[in-house]
Design a protein around this ligand. Structure first.
Ligand SMILES: *Cc1c(COP(=O)(O)O)cnc(C)c1O
Length: 465
């Protein structure tokens, strides 16, 4: 009890020069709370300590706490995982033009809902929407917060208290809690499952549409493939069936490519233009998957059903913000100017040729010469991810590091600033240049060098001799 009273008071500590600096950086209330907390901690653990901490010790502990409290947890990382659309890492990195658009809009007032010609209220999403129509030939377009919202809005506005016919081949869970059947339930629509897990026939749709008040949902399987004894009608055939029954076909494309992925040695990801041409009444897809833009849900199609979505009360709750629209418009302009392949990072990564990646990874290896860990260049595979092109891969070249306790080394890489996300393969630490932004190469090599050195010195200390 006696010793505890040896700790200085909060008031006393606050009068020191160090505390003044802390108050300047972190504000008085937070600094005060951190000092109080530090003192409480010290009192709690005091019995175990031999000497009383001095003012300086106490304030550095408080400083540590303040740094922890104010350190953002949403941080940029270097993605060396080789997964182009990594949902956990924020999917698509934006183009330079999209970044400039964000910068110019974010800190200023803007024409979000303002018509400059007439000097009165304008439509929030109108600029983006006319671009989308031009690019895809759609009659009308609507942008919402993400694709899950797009599907929810479409089903709520068109099929609430009605039936939605969907094939069992498409009742998928996308990840992150998006299950097609659950979204359908949420919309108030009644789910009508047809066909079997591997096969569905036009007659199944015909039969389900005999009853009135049903629409048809077609959903991309996204993250898995069914192979073998399978069958599904073509989208054109589905569209014809829906039309004959005077109803609507909604196509949830998931990723929704505007460019043909087959050009890059991948399988063919269904394209937005194709779905519209096949006769889908509404097509929806994500803004931050293969489009390579910000998180958004894009709905395209015929004007009449789309206006029901636009005027549904839910649309207001799902509307995109000005930053989304600024970045999305800039991204779409790359497609309009036919420069998406070399301006949109996602497409640059997909289009990168194995020879180019080999050159890059050789430069990486050269930079690491002289470090003791054995490192090698190996041929390997990158994936697209983001629920597009399941099972499809792109040939690449990898930097492979053989370090002791490779899993532990991965965690060292994650503690770098910025963190480096790599993967393990056959107990080796693997870094894929495909998903590392070229301007991050130098930084990555510096960090890798430092991390290897730190790791080695820690390991030497801890290894038995
Ligand atoms: C990814 C995906 C979604 C969800 O899209 P978000 O933009 O993440 O909300 C919905 N449907 C399919 C088929 C998908 O692949």
């Amino acid at each position: 009890m006696n010793e505890l009273s040896g700790l200085p008071s909060v008031e006393h500590l606050l009068q020191t020069e160090i505390a003044a600096l802390l108050v300047e950086s972190y504000g008085r209330p937070l600094t005060l709370a951190a000092i109080r907390n530090t003192l409480a901690d010290l009192r709690l653990h005091h019995a175990y300590q031999k000497t009383l901490p001095d003012n300086h010790d106490i304030l550095s502990l408080a400083h540590k706490e303040l740094m922890g409290l104010t350190q953002p947890t949403l941080l940029p990382v270097i993605n060396a995982s080789g997964v182009v659309l990594h949902t956990n890492l924020g999917r698509a990195p934006l183009s330079q033009a999209a970044l400039r658009a964000l910068e110019s809009i974010a800190g200023s007032y803007c024409t979000l809902e303002y018509n400059l010609d007439e000097g009165k209220r304008g439509e929030r999403t109108q600029h983006t929407e006319s671009l989308l129509c031009r690019l895809t030939g759609a009659e009308a377009a609507l942008v919402v917060n993400n694709n899950a919202a797009a599907v929810l809005l479409a089903l709520t506005a068109l099929a609430r208290r009605k039936r939605v016919v969907i094939s069992r081949t498409q009742l998928v869970e996308i990840g992150g809690g998006f299950r097609v059947p659950d979204v359908m339930k949420q919309s108030g629509a009644k789910l009508v499952e047809i066909g079997t897990t591997n096969r569905v026939h036009p007659a199944d749709y015909e039969e389900a549409l005999q009853e009135q008040n049903a629409i048809v949902l077609h959903a991309h399987r996204s993250n898995f493939r069914i192979t073998g004894f399978t069958s599904e009608p073509e989208l054109t055939e589905l569209a014809a069936i829906a039309r004959n029954h005077n109803t609507i076909l909604v196509d949830d494309l998931g990723s929704g490519a505007l460019l043909d992925t087959a050009r890059f040695g991948l399988g063919h990801e269904p394209m937005v233009q194709e779905s519209l041409a096949a006769g889908a009444d509404l097509v929806c897809f994500s803004g931050d998957k293969l489009l390579g833009g910000p998180q958004a849900g894009i709905i395209l199609g015929r004007a009449e059903p789309l206006s029901k979505l636009r005027h549904h009360p839910l649309a207001r709750a799902l509307r995109p913000d000005k930053l989304c629209l600024a970045a999305l418009t800039a991204t779409l302009l790359h497609y309009l100017k036919d420069e998406a392949i070399w301006q949109v990072p996602v497409w640059q990564m997909i289009a990168a040729k194995p020879e180019q990646l080999k050159e890059r990874v050789e430069r990486w290896k050269d930079r690491l010469q002289g470090l003791p860990s054995p490192y090698a260049i190996l041929p390997g595979l990158s994936t697209v991810g983001g629920g597009s092109l399941p099972g499809e891969t792109l040939p690449t070249f990898l930097l492979a590091l053989s370090v002791p306790q490779s899993n532990r080394f991965l965690s060292y890489l994650r503690q770098a600033t910025p963190p480096i996300i790599a993967r393990l393969e056959n107990d080796q630490v693997i870094l894929d240049p495909r998903t590392v932004l070229p301007e991050q190469d130098e930084l990555l090599m510096d960090l890798l060098q430092q991390t290897l050195q730190t790791y080695q010195s820690h390991n030497l200390k801890s290894l038995p001799t």
